[in-house]
Design a protein around this ligand. Structure first.
Ligand code: NAD
Ligand code: TYD
Length: 363
């Protein structure tokens, strides 16, 4: 029988990338995306996939128990991949409550629905899988050396990472207590097409194109381990195919970068692309170097200094590896934002402007 897959948060940045991959990789599968279409969710991220006969879209929240239970009853899912989340640290500082509602209560609601469908009455866990997509931020911050492994203790420092940590703990508990067939993945910072421009890389690309201030928090020396989004999707697919139930897999790009170096690289790429194409130079006029737009602003509260993932386990056990070179990935990403101006102009109107003013106005 064809697989029946529920992807939550599939209209977001990583979820839409994964949905595209799964529909290509498993053409027979029936795929349902459940997404609340918050400010971060966008049906245009799914594009033509919406027309496929084996694809269904349901608008709704993962914390909506009657809706989630109905979907489990009607569709008999065998695989769940849970991307749905409030995902931005700065927004979690401005307003944490919705992070608890979606990330904790939402994940709990999904776990309960899976338990009800797979572990009661005539249900069975044969061939079933609940994959919970999480972040390396649950481990807290690193000093100058060391890496996060699957055994690193959880020490979340932001409301976002605390809410993701809580959801990870629930997922673990459902395996140990009820035998729910779960796997958790903890990935480092993603970048690539369709990322909402509140996050570092798309925000800097768009501001650099528009010739606006590039606000770097603190001293700009915070480090993240960046992975191209399709490498993350490939890792989740490997986990879906070969991952061991009850296990955790750390996913990273083996690519540590300082924030300010990333912003400089974006400036170089934008300067080069616009200078080589007269039409682009007219569309995005700027004299001088865009690195002059870099502005050091007040630091983020509780700003984690360094993240770095040790991805040995998934590389060894599942044969996955990140393959996208960082400069090449950044060039592809900048090119995508250049080619998709209507997409980002639509998402930075309205609500985004209010957020931007609140976040950056006084910095
Ligand atoms: P995103 O903010 O771009 O997308 C989140 C999606 O979830 C949106 O489509 C949104 O509409 C949907 N959503 C939000 N609340 C919902 C709710 N209550 N019910 C249903 N749908 C809801 O996020 P992303 O960057 O694509 O991240 C996806 C997942 O990956 C998240 O769980 C995040 O914690 C995790 N993750 C992200 C990164 C990263 O660098 N972006 C790194 C590691 C892990
Ligand atoms: P972000 O993309 O928000 O991801 P996360 O906080 O989940 O790692 O931020 C990446 C890094 O960039 C983080 O150290 C904060 C920093 N940053 C800035 O310096 N300026 C900005 O405007 C933003 C959004 C982030």
């Amino acid at each position: 029988m064809a697989e029946n897959i529920l992807i939550t948060g599939g209209a977001g940045f990583i979820g839409s990338n994964f949905t595209r991959r799964i529909l290509k990789n498993r053409p027979e599968a029936r795929v349902t995306v459940l997404d609340k279409l918050t400010y971060a969710g966008n049906l245009s991220n799914l594009g033509d996939l919406m027309k496929k006969p084996n694809f269904d879209f349901e608008k709704g929240g993962i914390e909506n128990a009657p809706l989630v239970e109905r979907l489990f009853t009607e569709r008999d899912f065998d695989t769940v991949v849970n991307f749905a989340a409030e995902s931005h640290v700065d927004r979690s500082i401005l307003g944490p409550k919705v992070f608890l509602e979606t990330n904790i209560m939402g994940t709990f609601t999904l776990l309960e629905a899976a338990r009800g469908a797979w572990l009661s009455g005539s249900g069975s866990i044969e061939g079933k899988r609940f994959i919970h997509v999480s972040t390396d931020e649950v481990y807290g911050t690193l000093g100058e050396t060391g890496y996060f492994t699957e055994d690193t203790p959880y020490r979340p420092n932001s409301p976002y990472s605390a809410s993701k940590a809580a959801s990870d703990h629930l997922v673990r508990a459902y395996y140990h207590t009820y035998g729910l067939p779960v796997i958790t993945t903890n990935c480092s910072n993603n970048y690539g097409p369709y990322q909402f421009p509140e996050k570092l890389i798309p925000l800097m690309i768009i501001n650099a194109l528009k010739g606006e201030k590039l606000p770097v928090y603190g001293d700009g020396a915070n480090i993240r381990d960046w992975i191209y989004v399709s490498d993350h999707s490939a890792a989740i697919l490997a986990v879906m195919n070969k991952g061991q139930l009850g296990e955790v897999y750390n996913i990273g790009g083996r690519n540590e970068q300082k924030n300010v170096d990333i912003v400089k690289l974006i400036c170089e790429i934008v300067d080069k692309m616009t200078s080589e194409d007269p039409e682009l130079a007219r569309e995005y006029p700027f004299s001088g170097r865009r690195s002059e737009l870099i502005t050091f602003v007040a630091d983020r509260a509780g700003h984690d200094r360094r993240y770095a993932i040790d991805s040995t386990k998934i590389e060894r056990e599942l044969g996955w590896q990140a393959t996208t070179d960082f400069t090449h990935g950044m060039e592809k990403t900048v090119r995508w934002y250049i080619n998709n101006r209507p997409w980002w102009e639509a998402v930075i109107s309205g609500e985004y402007m209010k957020y931007y003013e609140e976040q950056y106005g006084k910095r």
